[in-house]
Design a protein around this ligand. Structure first.
Ligand code: GSH
Length: 220
């Protein structure tokens, strides 16, 4: 299989990036990383729009065919390479993991987008600052709920005994919380889980290629 990943450092494409590193380590299947600098607007280049008309990373290109959306990419990779253990195998645990993954993708993540890119949602600057502030408050509530999930998981990682795509997404959301001014001390279970998550070999490889730092919070 020929796999290419279009990703941007620190973006949600980290989830797919981790998954491909885990697959490479578990099965030897390689992939080609393709950097997209979204801060430079490379997602709007015609060649990229031909892969994803939404102008977003990640895009996984499988034997020349583009696949978008983290949830779809996660399921595709998990079913194609079960040895990488990207999602739980037990039917109920898997459905619960997909429920949480979808919540990350359709609620928590867009809330951060409202905080980080309010200009996407209003042209007026006052409206943008109101959107930003409301999103910051909502993002904190989401992160506190995620902290509770980690605390009550009953397993070392959200995925179970080893980290999976859910943990890669949680790590990403945790990094973003620092940019939103959320003190990691207020998310103790998540903070303590993110450290061993980041140390897992496939996570560490993706973190190294993206050159990202876990510690994004700066006290005011
Ligand atoms: N629901 C989409 C979300 C993708 C998304 O929001 N990607 C962001 C990076 S985290 C992006 O590419 N943003 C580019 C832009 O907003 O211009 C998915 O699961 O792939």
């Amino acid at each position: 299989m020929n796999l290419e990943l279009y990703f941007s450092p620190g973006a949600c494409s980290f989830v797919a990036h981790f998954a491909l590193e885990a697959i490479q380590q578990a099965s030897g299947q390689s992939f080609e990383p393709r950097l997209v600098k979204i801060h430079k607007g490379e997602q709007f280049a015609p060649e990229f729009l031909a892969l994803n008309t939404n102008a977003q990373v990640p895009v996984l290109v499988v034997d020349g065919k583009p696949l978008t959306q983290i949830v779809a990419i996660s399921i595709f990779l998990d079913q194609s390479f079960p040895q990488a253990k990207l999602l739980p195998t037990d039917i109920w645990a898997r459905a619960s993991a997909l429920s949480t993954l979808t919540w990350f993708n359709n609620s928590v993540h867009p809330t951060f987008t409202h905080f980080f890119m309010p200009a996407k949602f209003a042209t007026d600057e006052t409206a943008q600052s109101l959107i930003k502030e409301k999103a910051r408050v909502d993002y904190r509530k989401h992160m506190e709920r995620l902290d509770g999930m980690v605390k009550n998981a009953g397993t070392p990682f959200l995925n179970g005994a080893t980290p999976g795509v859910l943990d890669a997404y949680a790590l990403t959301l945790y990094r973003w919380s620092g940019f939103a001014g959320i003190d990691p001390a207020s998310l103790p279970a998540l903070r303590d889980c993110v450290q061993p998550t980041a140390a897992a070999p496939a996570m560490a490889a993706a973190i190294a290629r993206e050159r990202i730092d876990l510690h994004t919070y700066k006290a005011a």
